[in-house]
Structures are given as structure tokens and as C-alpha cells.
Design a protein around this ligand. Structure first.
Ligand code: PEP
Length: 255
């Protein structure tokens, strides 16, 4: 049975106190307290709010992820954050290759693969983001783009790293736009990703959908055979909408 995961990406939002309060609200909700253990709940605050989020999550079903890490353990990398330090703090997951970092920090697939490999070696589970732009979808090259991303990331990271990771399919045109992929569009790409992962025996890796997931569209997306959960941006910043998405995942039978 594949693991289901609901992960919240808080981006550059929440002070340490706000993060602590939001985690406390999520942890104390009846949805989270009753969620099956087969549904993993992850929240990813900004770096400086990780510590307070971890303290608020202790003893609960909620685990904490980071939004990025460096591809080396230590060294002359001013301003960067080591995956060793994240792991030592109690962080469990790390997002790598988010489209906002590809766009703003010019991260490419090779770097994303190296980050994933280092993160896994340091005890973190990478959540590796892939996805096409609107132009690429309109040019009908979505699967070419995503196939290339997966191959380049895998060749930099190694097949075993992909087997230990989570993939997030995040169409760039759906992130923060209020325009989610339809369940058919998302399922088509998830099935393609799973077939690519199958080539190197990683077909059981959870594949999350991300891009304008809300408490209104989550349950329909989760009925799709190859959607194993969600990476949620905006709707993860309010406990009520994030918990409603967790509830939608909790009602879906495992595959
Ligand atoms: C994201 O940033 O990963 C994301 C999916 O954002 P949103 O849910 O706001 O579209």
C-alpha cells in the first residue's frame, strides 16, 4: 500500500510565534487526532520558524519539513543551510526543486538531484517537485518536459535516491493561481510519472499533486488512482482548510 501524504508549504510566511500557534492549532484538531497513521501530515515552515514548529509538533502525528537545503553537508557556502543541521533539529522532510526556486534561484535538474541525494544521505526524505509551464502544456510537451526532469534528476541523484523520495507533480501554471489541474489532467500526468518510475523499480514512491489544492477540490483529486496526496501552498496557512484536506485524504482507501 502506498503512503498518503499531505504536506503544507508555508513559503515565506509565519514568524516563529505564528508557526508555533499554527502547528498547535493543526495538532489539536480532531481531524489530525483521528487521522489514520497511513496518512502522513507534514508542514514546511520557513527556516527560522522550524524550531518553534518542531516544539509544537512534539508527540503528535504532524512532522516538520524544510522548503530547501544545500547539496553539501558543510563548507564555504555563505548563507546556505545544511541538511545535516536540519536533520539534527528534528526535520524529517525537505522540498527540493520547487518551481519558485527554479525560477528565482535558477535551480536546474542536476542541482535538484544532488540536493535530493544529499538530503536522503543525511536522513531527510526529499519531496522532489516537477512540473510544466503553461507554454509547455499549450505546446503539448508536458510529458516530454516531465520525463526529462525525472531522467536528469535521477541521473544526478541515483535510482536508489528516487526510491527513497516523494515526487510532487506541480504544474507551474496551477501554483498560486487558483486554477488547479482537473482530476483528469492530474491523473494523466501522475500515471505517466508512475510509468517512468517503474523503469527503475520506484513505482511505489508516493506522487503528490500540488497547485491550488483547496478543501473544495481535494476529495475529487484524491479519488484518482495515482494521486497519493497533495503539496499544498495557500490553503495550508489556515488550520481549517489544511485539516479539511487531511480529512479528504483520510477518507480514501489505500492503494
Ligand atoms: C506550492 O507552492 O507548492 C503550491 C502548490 O501552492 P498553492 O497550493 O498555493 O498553489
Amino acid at each position: 500500500m502506498r503512503t498518503r501524504i499531505i504536506a503544507g508549504n508555508w513559503k515565506m510566511n509565519t514568524t516563529p510565534d505564528e508557526a508555533s500557534a499554527l502547528v498547535a492549532e493543526i495538532v489539536s484538531s480532531s481531524t489530525v487526532q483521528q487521522a489514520p497513521l497511513s496518512v502522513r501530515i507534514v508542514v514546511c515552515p520557513p527556516y527560522l520558524s522550524l524550531s518553534s514548529a518542531i516544539q509544537s509538533s512534539v508527540g503528535s502525528h504532524v512532522v516538520i519539513g524544510a522548503q530547501n537545503c544545500h547539496h553539501e553537508e558543510k563548507g564555504a557556502y555563505t548563507g546556505e543551510v545544511s541538511p545535516v543541521v536540519l536533520h539534527g533539529m528534528g526535520v524529517k522532510y525537505v522540498i527540493v526543486g520547487h518551481s519558485e526556486r527554479r525560477r528565482d534561484q535558477f535551480e536546474n535538474n542536476e542541482l535538484v538531484g544532488r540536493k535530493a541525494a544529499r538530503a536522503l544521505a543525511c536522513g531527510l526524505t526529499p519531496i522532489i517537485c516537477v512540473g510544466e509551464t503553461l507554454d509547455e502544456r499549450e505546446d503539448d510537451i508536458t510529458t516530454d518536459v516531465i520525463g526529462t526532469q525525472i531522467r536528469l534528476i535521477t541521473s544526478a541523484a541515483g535510482e536508489d535516491v528516487i526510491k527513497g523520495s516523494v515526487i510532487a507533480y506541480e504544474p507551474v501554471w496551477a501554483i498560486g493561481t487558483g486554477r488547479a489541474a482537473t482530476p483528469i489532467q492530474a491523473q494523466d500526468v501522475h500515471a505517466f510519472i508512475r510509468s517512468e518510475l517503474h523503469i527503475f523499480g520506484a513505482q511505489d514512491v508516493p506522487i503528490l499533486y500540488g497547485g491550488s489544492v483547496t478543501d473544495e477540490n481535494a476529495s475529487t483529486l484524491f479519488t484518482c488512482r495515482d494521486i497519493d496526496g497533495a503539496l499544498v501552498g495557500g490553503a495550508s496557512l489556515k488550520a481549517s482548510s489544511f485539516c479539511a484536506i487531511i480529512e479528504a485524504a483520510s477518507g480514501v482507501h489505500g492503494r
